[in-house]
Design a protein around this ligand. Sequence first.
Ligand code: PLP
Length: 441
Amino acid sequence: MPDDVNATHVADYSGSEQLIARAKEFAPGGVHTAIRNIDPSLCFQRADGAYIYDMDGNRYIDYHAAFGPFVLGHCYPSVTERVREAIGHSDLFGVGATEGEVELAEKVVKHVPSAEKVLFCNAGSEATYHAIRVARAATGRKLIIKFQGCYHGWHGYVLRNMLSPEDKIGQRDPGSEGMLDEEIDSTLVCTFNDLEEVQQTVDDHRGEIAAIILEPIPHNIGCILPKQSFLEGLRKLCDDEGMLLIFDEVITGFRHDLGGYQKISGVIPDLTTMGKAMANGFPMAALAGSADVMDNFNTNPSGKVFFAGTYNGHAGSVAAALATIEELETGKVHEHIFRLGDRMRNGLENILERLDLIGTVSGFGSVYTLYFTDGPVENYTDLMRNNAESYVQYRQNLLEHGVFEMPMNLKRNHISYSHTEQDIDHSLEAAEASLKKLYKR
Ligand SMILES: Cc1ncc(COP(=O)(O)O)c(C=O)c1O
């Protein structure tokens, strides 16, 4: 990272380019998750705390955080040591329970208000899949409601109306070919923060809707803050209409509070999905909820809803989650990342004001983003005013100053316990230089 923020970062990406070219010979597009291909086509080889290093040795302050798991920072010593210790003497038995699983389940139940019982799996997509299936079984109903712009994983129950083009907002917008019409059409789409529209949708399908699923803060489109009355209204509507409320806390869980955003808002869902920050980068996810709903799973002898996974409760992931949660339990992590989040957001607002630019800084706790539009931003439709080209170009400019915010439209940024005030201040200087370059000031 150059000390002089105006100095251009070593813009040699030849090592990354060579690797991605080789990767493309063996994997479609060379990457193993959609949208890992970016411009410039960077590949990384080393990570340490707040920093990642590309194939050419360029160092970046990392705010992408691999889409969010790193709440402590990369290769965090207490996590990697705990994992090393665990996998030195065990791995996977595929039978019975392990002490680690029990300890972790106790912690989830203790911290997450909606969690009376919990089941572990490996990815957020699995958790949301199980949540919806058990909601259908428990209510005997077929339909679910999701919100435009929210992402809940790659499976057919929820893969529609994510980053929709303007003319498809709220319309039929499946996220993939190969989906069944029935799964697409069994998911209804509403506007976030618009309780009246949800009420109308429920009225139109009375007695048919099993569940409402939402990201309590839709971080998959940056950071749209929920109106408290919206969350409370959803809770009441679900109670009145016999539907289950599912909070997808795969991003907000553990990162914003040990008890997730439900703890902060006081709105308690029936089911909660968790992942990402739960194990600081190791594959771990969870589904939790009230005992009467969770006991429908056939891990319970009388349960009728199938639940399985060869790698569920792997010793390495369980150890990572326990070590991460223990760090969060000290209270120091949230104090630090919230303080740095405020520093970043205030700093960005100051820059906009000083340079007399239009923009909206949004965020919560350790998450922030800078939209290239004026406010207010309350739902996905409002984000159609965001200038996508400027958003991406600004993030490409940041790379030259050793700051990595995913250079794609509507991506949020994450601060970890490993980031320092100096990292934030350097990033703010980089932001100012990048905005000046963008607007030719
Ligand atoms: C809110 C939310 N739910 C679910 C998922 C799916 O999680 P995974 O990628 O671990 O399957 C994601 C992934 O980004 C997410 O952001």
